[in-house]
Design a protein around this ligand. Structure first.
Ligand SMILES: Cc1cc2nc3c(=O)[nH]c(=O)nc-3n(C[C@H](O)[C@H](O)[C@H](O)COP(=O)(O)OP(=O)(O)OC[C@H]3O[C@@H](n4cnc5c(N)ncnc54)[C@H](O)[C@@H]3O)c2cc1C
Length: 396
């Protein structure tokens, strides 16, 4: 074992660093990947433990040059179609374009042929559409850290976007920062089990009697604030579920019941952040700067280093932005400094994952709010929204 299972993020730094190629990631019962060492091939060099960010992050973080407090921006791309197609304000796409337009490299997450998620390294502009958008399940980093190092050593520029633990894993593997590397993480609620996600999409495919053609979380047809999931099927039909009616979103947002164990005690909920730039949804922007919100997505951007600040300067002519503060950013985004709470239903979900169908798991352990519960929830949200609007009017 490299690190206690509960602390392992599955970042893949150990797999990438092993000189004997004797560490593989294997899926556990919950569907998350954990390193397994082939003891026969292992030469006990200790490199995997020496670099593991789950053991050494605090020490490793001291070597990075980061602002004490980030420069905080609310921002969105001026290209409406890209804004609509992105999870928040489309800032990832604008940042990635800086690199792809110059034949430099971007590393980010895409869906694979089975609708699971993996990271790729690419210099092709046509891959940008696949890279765009949040995929709310854990992505596999595979051997991308090795690929990134190769490109960096060739003098290529590389822009890498992933969860804070993946970015930390990359730095741990590289051993030091590179001038030609820029990293981007996001405020992360936690990564969900790929096994649960497969259950969810198989269930939908059965119900709609068709294979899936496209998945879009936080689709904006019904507004960014609505957290809609839109799934297009090959038979031409379309499913749209909101944060109250889509079982996967209900399980993720209301019950936190299928995220990776380490996410309940995430060590990256602090400033300075691990990456040069941090992206997120700017929840609450309608109260702070109502002119920056038209319900099609506004990004919160934290510029954590000089490199991050300089990259943001390069996209300023393609975006609308307004400087804000960390105090305002915190108000709507609890996950900036806090891990989500583990509730009792999580254990029940995974105790029964191989016994129950996805449908039964969701009905028993992460049921959609219905009847009075649903009305109460809607009413509560309506009152919160109303209070916010009144506050804005009074402020004026
Ligand atoms: C699992 C997860 C949890 C999140 N939790 C929060 C939260 O609690 N609060 C909040 O404000 N924002 C959260 N976000 C971030 C938010 O959803 C947006 O991704 C972010 O605001 C950037 O939006 P964008 O429009 O600029 O770019 P987008 O086009 O949405 O960004 C796309 C890029 O994000 C990265 N990415 C997408 N999915 C994954 C994945 N599964 N693993 C690793 N990297 C991925 C990829 O590199 C991808 O290329 C989360 C994102 C993910 C993936």
């Amino acid at each position: 074992m490299i690190v206690e299972k509960i602390k392992c993020t599955g970042c893949g730094a150990c797999v990438n660093i092993c000189p004997k190629d004797c560490i593989k990631l294997e899926q556990d019962k919950e569907g998350f990947l954990y390193p397994k060492i082939d003891e026969e091939k292992c030469i006990n060099c200790g490199l995997c433990r020496k670099i593991c960010p789950s053991i050494n992050y605090k020490e490793q973080a001291k070597t990075k040059e980061r602002f004490k407090e980030p420069v905080v921006m609310a921002a969105f791309t001026n290209q409406n179609l890209i804004r609509l197609d992105s999870t928040s304000g489309g800032i990832f796409t604008e940042l990635a374009k800086v690199f792809l337009n110059e034949n430099e490299y971007v590393c980010g997450a895409i869906y694979d042929e089975n609708w699971l998620v993996k990271h790729i390294v690419t210099n092709k502009l046509e891959d940008l559409e696949k890279l765009r958008s949040s995929k709310y399940l854990q992505s596999r980093t595979e051997f991308t850290f090795q690929e990134i190092k190769e490109k960096l050593n060739e003098g290529k520029k590389v822009f890498v976007c992933g969860t804070p633990c993946q970015i930390s894993g990359l730095y741990a593997y590289l051993g030091n920062d590179y001038d030609n590397l820029i990293t981007c993480d996001f405020i992360c609620r936690g990564v969900n089990s790929p096994k649960i996600f497969l259950g969810y999409i198989e269930n939908l495919q059965k119900k709609w009697n068709s294979k899936i053609k496209n998945i879009k979380f936080k689709n904006k047809t019904k507004g960014w604030h609505n957290f809609s999931t839109k799934i297009d099927f090959e038979n031409g039909k379309t499913y749209i579920g909101s944060r109250y009616t889509d079982s996967y979103m209900v399980g993720y947002l209301n019950y936190n019941c299928f995220i990776r164990p380490c996410c309940y005690e995430c060590q990256y909920k602090e400033l300075p952040r691990v990456a040069d730039i941090t992206l997120a949804d700017f929840w609450g922007i309608e109260l702070i700067s109502p002119e920056m919100d038209n319900d099609t997505g506004t990004s919160l951007v934290l510029l954590n280093s000089k490199k991050g600040y300089e990259l943001f300067n390069k996209i300023k002519s393609f975006i609308t932005y307004k400087e804000s503060s960390i105090k305002d950013a915190m108000k709507g985004n609890a996950c900036l400094f806090n891990s989500v709470e583990k509730k009792e239903n999580r254990d029940k979900v995974f105790e029964n994952i191989d016994k129950y169908s996805y449908e039964k798991l969701s009905k028993c352990f992460f049921p959609k709010p219905t009847g009075i519960k649903f009305i109460k929830l809607k009413l509560r949200l309506y009152i919160i929204e109303l209070k916010k609007r009144v506050k804005v009017v009074l402020k004026k």
